[in-house]
Design a protein around this ligand. Sequence first.
Ligand code: ADP
Ligand code: MG
Length: 314
Amino acid sequence: MSIPVVKVENLVKRYKELIALDHLNLEVREGEIFGLLGPNGSGKTTAINCILSLLHYDKGSIEIFGSPMTPDSYDIKRQIGVVMQNVAVCDELTVYENIDSFCGLYVPVRSQRKPLVEEAMEFTGLTEFRNFRPKKLSGGLLRRLNIACGIAHKPRLIIMDEPTVAVDPQSRNHILTGIEKLQHDGATIIYTSHYMEEVEQICTRIAIIDGGKNVALGTADELKKMIRKSETIRIDMPQPAQDDLAAIRSLPHVYECNWQNHELTALCSGGSHNLIRVLSYLQEKELPFGHVTTQLPTLNDVFLEITGKELRDQ
Ligand code: ADP
Ligand code: MG
């Protein structure tokens, strides 16, 4: 197998007594969109800053493109594009000038930069705002400018730290499809987020972290197979007798069944036709019911089952 684009081994970072990264391991492969998913405070930004050698760490090693990453690894840094969590643009410069000045850090010849800046504006949908200063842009457009500044020089590795926080749905979709295009064009992307739906939508593989530690790693499907729950069935109905609840609980694959707020909830582990079995029971016992839904596991279920905490709504 080819050399990993980023390899992080046993990374430990302390802020005084607080252990922000606790023997974190990551391996990012060429051409993937690697998701780093974790709640706020789980250490995503700290990990990114260590990977970029912007932060000293206490223990561990970091390699990028097969070489150790140090603060003066300029050859490596030239091939990386960074989109930081906090928008970092210059208020005095226009959209065009901002992208041009960032790109200028990597591409010194102005005439070579022009097509790159135009392409980055086109890519992020900012061409019509080229002469705007950042203060005139909406939150979503500002985020897109932040991205354009980080990718204009066509880096081989792109690191994006929560690029969609607090953006409108239109900008969010623009950003997500843009990231997929960058991957399609050959870039490797590290994408951090606490939004599980996004990570699931675009990431090839996902590392879930919590408290600076690795919780789980895999594709979204692999992660969901790691947990017991495979299906949640919800049925609106009047309160059933305890015997009926017990009977449903004893159906194959059902491992939990409760009734609350006019709704029966049955959690199933594996198997198929679980819904049919539950409904057949209700029909057999002539128990009336209304609205029925079944839901496959989410990455929140994975996080909840492994850590005992909710990932969502943070
Ligand atoms: P995330 O990006 O996942 O939200 P961070 O990496 O920002 O998480 O933070 C990880 C932990 O480290 C948090 O508990 C945070 O409060 C703490 N932390 C982050 N930066 C500093 C700092 N400069 N000084 C002290 N503690 C920090
Ligand atoms: Mg962060």
